[in-house]
Design a protein around this ligand. Structure first.
Ligand code: GYE
Length: 323
């Protein structure tokens, strides 16, 4: 009991989204305490994801202990240990990389606290460390990016296509799965060559660095830039322009996320295609946490529906994105 009171006090100190429930809706659970370890604030996607989780915690009357790990796995592990010490009802986290979680998740299991994976997955030999995953189908996103490229190459009658790839954080789920989905889809198309893939860590500054490196090494032989998120794409574009090329015309630019800034650049014609990855996972997270607290079973994987925005459509009609 004392722990529970301490926990609630702590939540009040740690988060602006502590629920003061006035709810009639029976899906609300004002008694539920959810510990959530976020990766960081590296992108518009991540900031939108944090906002959505905070907003939905409030909507559902869930007490949220929110911790930002500033991109470091050790900070996430420490946050999960604090959630265990405070005896939260449910733990959720977005693992920055896939490996290295077994020990801390064993500790959560021993404490009897269910764990939800949000956005990204883990890689482990052990079973039953987590209950479910709520996040995008990153492999499918890679496939959709490649399918767009194949259609575009057909439309332009291209016969040799040199691609440079700026990937997300090494060993993270979106990096691995987006790369694999893209590769698997272009593999049998003899026109396609990936000149090189390098790690841009999902950061704008790294996107610019990677692009400078590619331009120096491959220059005007580059036909396509495939970038694993909008931030890196937006970092790369000015470098392409500085080197004397017109992005969207001299080079085909493909991005993933679909944040407002990238959609605006798509409308300007400097990006050709943006595969959507929605950060709005908060509602599913709250509903799943409530079910787990009530001892109900939950779906193992929940993937939101996602679209493709591109120069094949009437881009002016794309509705405001909200992130
Ligand atoms: O694409 C990127 C973010 O894990 C889906 O992480 C997420 C990715 C997203 O930083 O912008």
């Amino acid at each position: 009991m004392i722990r529970k009171i301490l926990c609630i006090l702590c939540i009040i100190m740690m988060t602006v989204s502590t629920g003061c429930s006035k709810g009639e809706d029976e899906t609300r659970d004002p008694g539920l305490v959810l510990g959530f370890s976020q990766i960081g604030s590296e992108s518009a996607w991540r900031i939108g994801n944090t906002k959505d989780i905070r907003d939905q915690a409030e909507n559902y009357g869930v007490g949220l202990m929110f911790e930002n790990a500033n991109q470091k796995q050790e900070n996430q592990i420490a946050a999960i240990r604090r959630f265990i010490a405070y005896k939260v009802d449910v733990i959720a986290f977005s693992p920055v990389v896939e490996e290295g979680w077994d020990n801390v998740l064993e500790e959560a299991r021993e404490a009897g606290i269910p764990v939800i994976l949000v956005d990204r997955n883990i890689n482990t030999e052990k079973s039953g460390l987590t209950t479910c995953l709520i996040g995008a189908d990153f492999y499918r996103e890679g496939v959709m990016a490649a399918e767009y490229l194949i259609r575009k190459a057909d439309a332009l009658g291209m016969d040799q296509i040199n691609i440079v790839e700026i990937t997300g954080t090494e060993n993270s789920t979106p990096m691995r799965r987006r790369k694999a989905g893209f590769q698997d889809t272009i593999r049998d198309d003899p026109r396609m060559t990936v000149l090189e893939s390098i790690d841009g860590d999902f950061l704008k500054s790294r996107g610019a660095e990677c692009m400078r490196y590619f331009l120096e090494k491959y220059g005007d032989t580059i036909d396509v830039v495939f970038s694993h998120n909008d931030e890196m794409t937006i970092g790369a574009l000015p470098e392409i322009e500085k080197a004397g090329f017109a992005p969207g015309k001299d080079m085909i630019i493909i991005s993933i996320d679909g944040g407002q800034e990238a959609i605006d650049v798509l409308k300007e014609g400097k990006i050709n295609c943006v595969v959507e990855c929605t950060p709005k996972l908060g509602k599913e997270l709250m509903e799943t946490a409530i079910k787990l607290k009530n001892g109900e079973s939950v779906q193992e994987e929940i993937h939101p529906d996602e679209a493709v925005f591109s120069d094949e459509m009437d881009v002016a009609s794309i509705a405001p994105r909200g992130y």
